[in-house]
Design a protein around this ligand. Structure first.
Ligand code: AHR
Length: 501
C-alpha cells in the first residue's frame, strides 16, 4: 500500500493559473471548423465561434490561449488577417498540409474568441520571416490607445479600443521551423525584436516569452541565456519574463510516433515513462536558468506539450488529427502533477492543441462535438489553478512496467485554495492493478467535499462520435476515513481528484 503524506502547514509557491493554458494554431481543423465556423454557418455560433466549443471550453476555466502558432507563427503576417474578409490575402500554409489559408480568422477574431472564453491572450510573433517593424506595429495595433497609424487602422477596422495583450512570444522554435538559427544568433535577434515590443499600457505590461529549447537541448538553453544576459544594461531588466520549452510524447520516437489507439501494455508503459520525462527536462533547463536567474523571476513556459501520435488513418497527415484514449488522460494527469510540483519555476504551459489537433480536449465532426478523456482531466484539475502547492510526498510506491519501461505506480500533487480547500490529484498508472493509498495529513478532521474520477478498465477506451461518453468524469466513492486522513483505492488506469477541507 502506498502512503501519501501531506503537510498542509507547509505552503509552497502559487500554481499559476496559466499552467493550465491551451494552444490553438492555424493547423488542420483546429481554428477552422474546430473553433471558427464563420457567422453564416448553420452550426450555432456567436460572431463565428462555435457555441458548443466555447461553452465546453469555458467549463475548463481556460486561463490563457496561445495563437497563431507554432510553426505557423513565423510565417504569419498579421496585416493579411485584418480588414474586410473578402480583401484578405490568401497564403499557403506550407507547414500544415499545404492548404490555402484565407486569413478569415485574424487578430480581431482571436481577441473575440478570448473575450468569449474569458481568458488571457498570448500572441506569438513572427521573428523567423517577419521584420522588427512588423512585430512592433502589431503590438501598436493591438495595444496603443491614442492617435497613431496602427491605432487609427484598428479603429478603421471596427475596433476603437485597444485590446490587452498579456503575453507575447518573440518567435517560435527558432532553432527549427522558426528560422533554423544558432542559439547565439537567436538570442541577439530576441534582444533586438523584444526592444520594440513596446508597453503602451504601462499598467499592464506585456510579458515577453523568449524561445527556449526542444526537449533536452540544453545547448540551446545555455547558448540563448549566455548571449541574452551578456552586457545587459539596466533598462533591459524585464526583457524576458518566460523561456519556453517544447516536449511531445511520441511512444515510438519522432519518426514512427505510434498509434493513438492501437498499442499493447509495453507501449502503454513506454508512453507513460516518456510523459514522466517532463520532470527531468524541467529540472535540467531550470538548473541552467538558475545560473542567470537564481531568484526564479523568469518562468519556464512549457507552451507545447502533449502526445503526438501517427495521425488517424484516412486523415490528411499535415492536419495532425488524432484520437485520445484513457492513456492520454494519464499523460495529462502525470504532466499536470509534474507542473504543479515545479510551480516555483514553471509559470505557464499550453497543451497542444485545443481542438482537433494532437492531444485535444475536444474533437469535432460537422456540427458534432465530443469531449476527450484529456478534457475531463483538465476539468478535474482546474481547482489547482491559482492555489498554493502543498508539501506532499509518496512512499512505498511500487515500480511497475514491462521490460525496460518502468514507471512509479502512483503520482500525485496537492494544493490548497484561498478558502482552505485542499485538492489532491492522483494517478494510478497500472494497466492491470488497483492501488490502495493511505493519505496522512498533519491535522485531523478533514472532510471530503467532492471526489471525482476518470477511469476505464480498457486501456484503449476512448470517446467517439457514435459513443461519446465511454470515458467520463464521474463521482468517486472508494475512500474511507482513517485517524489522520483517508484510505483510498485507485482503480487501474485512473486519474482521481479529491477535495477536502
Ligand atoms: O503543435 C504542432 C507543432 O509542433 C508546432 O507548430 C511547432 O511549434 C511544434 O513543432
Amino acid at each position: 500500500m502506498a502512503k501519501l503524506i501531506i503537510n498542509e502547514e507547509n505552503r509552497r509557491d502559487t500554481i499559476e493559473p496559466e499552467i493550465y493554458g491551451h494552444f490553438s494554431e492555424h493547423l488542420g481543423r483546429c481554428i477552422y471548423e474546430g473553433i471558427y465556423v464563420g457567422e453564416d454557418s448553420e452550426i450555432p455560433n456567436v460572431k463565428g465561434m462555435r457555441v458548443d466549443v466555447v461553452e465546453a471550453l469555458k467549463e475548463l476555466k481556460i486561463p490563457v490561449l496561445r495563437w497563431p502558432g507554432g510553426c505557423f507563427a513565423d510565417e504569419y503576417h498579421w496585416k493579411d488577417g485584418i480588414g474586410p474578409k473578402e480583401n484578405r490575402k490568401k497564403m499557403i500554409n506550407t507547414h500544415w498540409g499545404g492548404v490555402v489559408e484565407d486569413n478569415r480568422f485574424g487578430t480581431h477574431e482571436f481577441m473575440e474568441l478570448c473575450s468569449q472564453l474569458g481568458c488571457k491572450t498570448y500572441i506569438n510573433g513572427n521573428l523567423g520571416s517577419g521584420t522588427v517593424q512588423e512585430m512592433s506595429e502589431w503590438v501598436e495595433y493591438m495595444t496603443f490607445n491614442g492617435v497613431s497609424p496602427m491605432a487609427d487602422l484598428r479603429e478603421k477596422n471596427g475596433h476603437k479600443d485597444p485590446w490587452k495583450v498579456d503575453f507575447f512570444g518573440v518567435g517560435n522554435e527558432n532553432w527549427g521551423c522558426g528560422g533554423n538559427m544558432a542559439p547565439e544568433h537567436y538570442a541577439n535577434e530576441y534582444r533586438r525584436y523584444q526592444t520594440y515590443v513596446r508597453n503602451y499600457d504601462t499598467d499592464n505590461p506585456i510579458k515577453k516569452v523568449c524561445c527556449g529549447a526542444n526537449v533536452d537541448d540544453y545547448h540551446w538553453t545555455k547558448g540563448v541565456l549566455k548571449t541574452a544576459f551578456d552586457h545587459v544594461l539596466s533598462e533591459f531588466h524585464g526583457f524576458m519574463d518566460y523561456l519556453s520549452l517544447h516536449y511531445y510524447v511520441h511512444p515510438e520516437g519522432w519518426e514512427i510516433k505510434g498509434s493513438a489507439t492501437d498499442f499493447d501494455e509495453e507501449v502503454w508503459y513506454k508512453t507513460l515513462n516518456k510523459a514522466l520525462h517532463m520532470d527531468e527536462l524541467i529540472r535540467g533547463h531550470s538548473a541552467i536558468m538558475d545560473q542567470y536567474d537564481p531568484e526564479k523571476k523568469i518562468g519556464l513556459c512549457v507552451d507545447e506539450w502533449g502526445s503526438w501520435y501517427t495521425c488517424e488513418p484516412g486523415t490528411n497527415p499535415g492536419f495532425l488529427y488524432q484520437q485520445n484514449t484513457i492513456r492520454d488522460a494519464l499523460i495529462a494527469g502525470i504532466t499536470l502533477n509534474i507542473f504543479n510540483k515545479h510551480c516555483d519555476r514553471v509559470k505557464m504551459a499550453a497543451l497542444a492543441q485545443m481542438v482537433n489537433v494532437l492531444q485535444s480536449v475536444l474533437l469535432t465532426e460537422g456540427d458534432k462535438m465530443i469531449k476527450t478523456p484529456t478534457y475531463h482531466v483538465m476539468h478535474m484539475y482546474r481547482y489547482h489553478q491559482g492555489s498554493e502547492l502543498l508539501e506532499s510526498a509518496l512512499s512505498d510506491v511500487e515500480e511497475i512496467g514491462v521490460g525496460e519501461w518502468k514507471v512509479p505506480k502512483v503520482t500525485e500533487s496537492v494544493s490548497v485554495d484561498q478558502d482552505g480547500i485542499i485538492t489532491i490529484t492522483m494517478n494510478n498508472l497500472s494497466v492491470t492493478e488497483e492501488e490502495e493509498v493511505q493519505i496522512h495529513l498533519i491535522n485531523s478532521g478533514h472532510e471530503v467535499k467532492e471526489a471525482r474520477i476518470v477511469t476505464h478498465t480498457d486501456m484503449h477506451a476512448k470517446n467517439t462520435f457514435e459513443e461519446p461518453e465511454q470515458v467520463q468524469e464521474t463521482d468517486f466513492n472508494d475512500y474511507q476515513k482513517t485517524g489522520d486522513g483517508y484510505q483510498v483505492t485507485l482503480p487501474q488506469n485512473s486519474v482521481v481528484m479529491i477535495r477536502m477541507s
